[in-house]
Design a protein around this ligand. Structure first.
Ligand code: SF4
Length: 461
């Protein structure tokens, strides 16, 4: 039976109490657990096993270049204005596509493609066409495949947008972050309101099926009043999905953030107020809370998949393709097979050297244990549906949930007393108050987090 859209109850003191660094659970085990002990032979075997399963494929292509650095950015990007750099990268990416396509059964259907970055539209149209043709010739695209691309609206024109649509892209995503010129200047990402509405007009005219936009709260000079305007303008843009990310100020980890003065950042109280008004405005204006940072219109595929209990999470965030195995191409790209995760090199030089030698450009990976897979299922169920049926896990894995996970359930009692979760002998459900803190609930089932609570990710709020 379809479930209802998850409701939210914003409880500021509770959010402050539980605001601690935790993994984002785009995977379990988290990416921090990947190690160099994982070998190319391990990856080869995993690809062979994946062919045996004949699961559909999801393909990710990473384009790491950006024209300039946005000061909030936590991604691993290469800032450049060289057309030759993009050409050279593309040449190597095509080598990797050739290499991996030969190892994947051509009968496997590709149900999802995503180009991410960096800035994928760093490539000119001719380069986009070259990459698209390479993919189209080597893989079997399902007619209804979701084909998405991230763009920076500053570097597109109408022809670029229409050409993407004509090639086969049907979903598009772009960052706004904030409409306020003062905020934009402080983070080195200036883009006028007129331009954003103009680009959205082209996207709609071109007939893209779904458009996602990103906002970030916690940036310099933001106030609840200024961000309320950003939210109102974003709603007026009328995207299908809106992601609202928390800005994590970590200049000791991300040197580009040293360009931002800490004194200009909103206080923790102001940030919470901004988050509260954002949630209220979006939900009152027809957007449904999906989970961690994400909102979508009720008719969007993400919301539909959630109501059907088919939503999944992978390294790109929430996904509507429950059975697909993800193969990553390009610098830092991650492949996510049923029981193996593998990440490509981070350094361009290492990546180029490996693909030129015909080797996997593999930097690290992990083979999941049977226990990892059970815990992954539990954590992803909570992250995607805010509910866990103990009997379903017991039956699927032939275990007694209440017995095996007794320590985790004991740990969860405190969260239950604080109103984050309801636990019965049969199930665990995040309350409307607990849904914004779903990572805190999920983390109780994370054995890596339980063993080493200090090696964690970003804060919840
Ligand atoms: S364009 Fe995107 S990836 Fe590039 S620096 Fe800005 S935020 Fe980061």
């Amino acid at each position: 039976m379809p479930t209802l859209a998850p409701a939210l109850d914003f409880d500021a003191p509770l959010l402050q109490t539980y605001n601690q660094p935790l993994p984002r659970y785009t995977s379990y085990p988290p990416a921090t657990q990947l190690t160099e002990a994982f070998s190319p032979q391990d990856f080869q075997q995993a690809l062979d096993a994946s062919n045996q399963r004949q699961t559909p494929l999801s393909l990710y292509f990473h384009l790491p270049f950006c024209h300039s650095a946005c000061y909030f950015c936590g991604c691993n990007v290469i800032v450049s204005n060289s057309a030759a750099a993009a050409e050279n990268y593309l040449r190597h990416l095509l080598l990797e596509i050739d290499q991996k396509a030969k190892l994947l059964d051509p009968r496997r259907s590709v149900v999802q493609i995503h180009w991410g970055g960096g800035t994928p539209n760093y490539l000119n149209l001719e380069q986009v066409e070259t990459l698209w043709q390479a993919i189209d010739q080597r893989f079997t695209l399902a007619p209804e495949a979701e084909v998405s691309i991230e763009i920076n609206p500053r570097y597109v024109d109408k022809n670029y947008i229409f050409s993407l649509r004509a090639m086969g892209f049907n979903r598009l995503s772009f960052g706004i972050q904030d409409f306020d010129p003062q905020v934009q200047k402080a983070v080195n990402r200036e883009l006028s309101e007129e331009r954003l509405f103009e680009v959205m007009g082209w996207i709609k005219d071109a007939g893209f099926e779904s458009v996602n936009v990103d906002l970030i709260y916690g940036l310099p000079h933001q106030t609840r009043a200024s961000f309320a305007e950003t939210v109102a303008k974003t709603i007026a843009l009328d995207p299908n999905r809106i992601a609202v990310f928390n800005f994590a100020y970590v200049p000791w980890l991300k040197p580009v953030q040293k360009n931002i003065s800490e004194a200009t950042l909103p206080s923790p109280e102001e940030k919470l107020a901004i988050l509260k008004l954002t949630i209220e405005e979006l939900t009152q204006n027809g957007y449904q809370f999906i989970g961690m940072d994400h909102f979508a219109k009720p008719e969007d595929d993400l919301a539909v998949a959630q109501r059907r209990n088919e939503l999944k999470r992978n390294f790109q965030g929430y996904s509507t393709q429950p059975d697909a195995e993800l193969i990553g191409f390009g610098l830092t790209a991650i492949s996510m097979l049923d029981d193996v995760y593998a990440q490509n090199h981070r350094r361009l030089k290492d990546y180029y050297e490996a693909v030129e030698k015909g080797q996997f450009p593999l930097e690290k990976g992990i083979a999941l244990t049977p226990e990892d897979k059970i815990r992954r299922e539990i954590i992803m169920e909570l992250m995607c549906h805010f509910h866990l049926d103990f009997g379903a896990v017991s039956q699927k894995y032939g275990l007694d949930f209440l017995d095996v996970f007794a320590p985790e359930l004991a740990d969860l009692r405190q969260l239950e007393q604080d109103g984050l979760a309801r636990i019965t002998g049969r199930s665990l459900t995040a309350t409307p108050k607990g849904r914004l803190l779903i990572r805190n609930i999920a983390a109780k089932f994370d054995s890596y987090c339980r063993q080493n609570p200090s090696a964690l990710g970003s804060k919840a709020i």
